[in-house]
Design a protein around this ligand. Structure first.
Ligand code: ADP
Ligand code: MG
Length: 291
């Protein structure tokens, strides 16, 4: 039987906008010693904007953006949407892409006006020229995500996407770590290592970048096999497998994808990072009563 105190805690959390799918997750929160946090959409709002347009020789800004946006038109990824929006803001004419293909956790490829256009990260490059490397390195140091545009396999320019950080996340995390002790608090992202480092340093937590969705599950499993109790916080389709594997999966309800919310054990229904320390405080308090 579920102790009354656990049910009461589920009820009071629901009033604050935190939906908990069962009392056992309160027990697991109290035990938790590893906290893994997705970056995009979780520590940031996940609504990137295009901040830089850097065409290489022989291309104009408008041509570069129109080419990239044409290829990204069918993309559901926040970066793809940002590229299309930036082009629309400039009233650029887009072409209809053929053979559109998403390259999971890397970018997209499509035929545009008879040319193969590839838009995405450095993993999609055959070889990296000095020109690209210096443009990309500068953008990454600024905490931006570099997006390389290739036409028929040759780089024609670089775009950058900048996401807005959730400003209260740092203070909320600090508050959490004062009241609940963790062995590890780590940022996990599919974004590049430099962008991960940039944000993790500000938050004073560990980080891993350039992860595929299956890498995120493997990290959760590794900690569990070492006897840790793992809490994972995320929002995206690519977080869902890791949310399911974690002892407690927490979804950001307002920006979260349906898949993440369905998979998670706990959903935050308000856009407020302070719900996280409040949730742990309530779990820790409830378990003190029961024990
Ligand atoms: P995250 O964990 O940050 O949500 P994803 O796994 O969705 O990341 O994507 C990883 C990386 O792949 C992105 O940071 C970006 O560099 C690249 N990427 C993915 N989709 C696209 C796209 N449609 N256009 C350009 N780049 C993309
Ligand atoms: Mg995300």
């Amino acid at each position: 039987a579920t102790p009354v105190a656990l049910l009461a805690s589920v009820g009071s959390n629901a009033k604050r906008g935190v939906l908990i799918k069962g009392g056992k997750y309160i027990e697991a929160l109290d035990r938790a010693d590893v906290l893994l946090i997705d970056k995009t959409g979780t520590l940031t709002f996940g609504r990137p904007e295009i901040s830089d347009i850097i065409p290489f020789n022989g291309t104009t800004e408008g041509d570069l953006l129109a080419m990239a946006a044409s290829a990204e038109q069918y993309s559901d990824h926040p970066i793809g949407k940002a590229v299309v929006e930036a082009a629309q803001k400039r009233y650029l004419t887009l072409s209809k892409p053929d053979n559109f293909k998403e390259i999971t956790a890397n970018g997209v490829r499509a035929s545009v006006d008879g040319h193969t256009i590839t838009v995405g990260n450095q993993r999609l490059l055959d070889d990296e020229t000095q020109e690209i490397k210096s443009a990309v390195d500068t953008l990454k140091k600024e905490g931006k995500t570099a997006i390389i545009v290739q036409k028929n396999g040759l780089p024609v320019g670089v775009l950058a996407a900048r996401d807005t950080e959730r400003s209260e996340a740092g203070a909320a995390l600090e508050n959490l770590r004062e009241q609940h002790s963790f062995d590890t608090v780590e940022l996990l992202t599919g974004d590049n290592i430099e962008t991960a480092r940039h944000l993790a340093k500000k938050l004073n937590i560990d980080f891993r970048g350039e992860l595929l969705p299956e890498d995120k599950i493997d990290i959760v499993k590794k900690y569990q096999s070492e006897g840790h109790t793992v809490v994972m916080i995320g929002d995206g389709i690519n977080d869902a497998p890791a949310l399911a594997q974690a002892d407690v999966g927490i979804a950001m309800g307002t920006t979260g994808t349906d898949v993440a919310i369905e998979t998670a054990d706990i959903t935050l229904m308000r856009d407020d990072w302070y719900l996280v320390p409040d949730l742990f405080a309530s779990a820790d308090k409830t378990m003190r009563v029961i024990k």
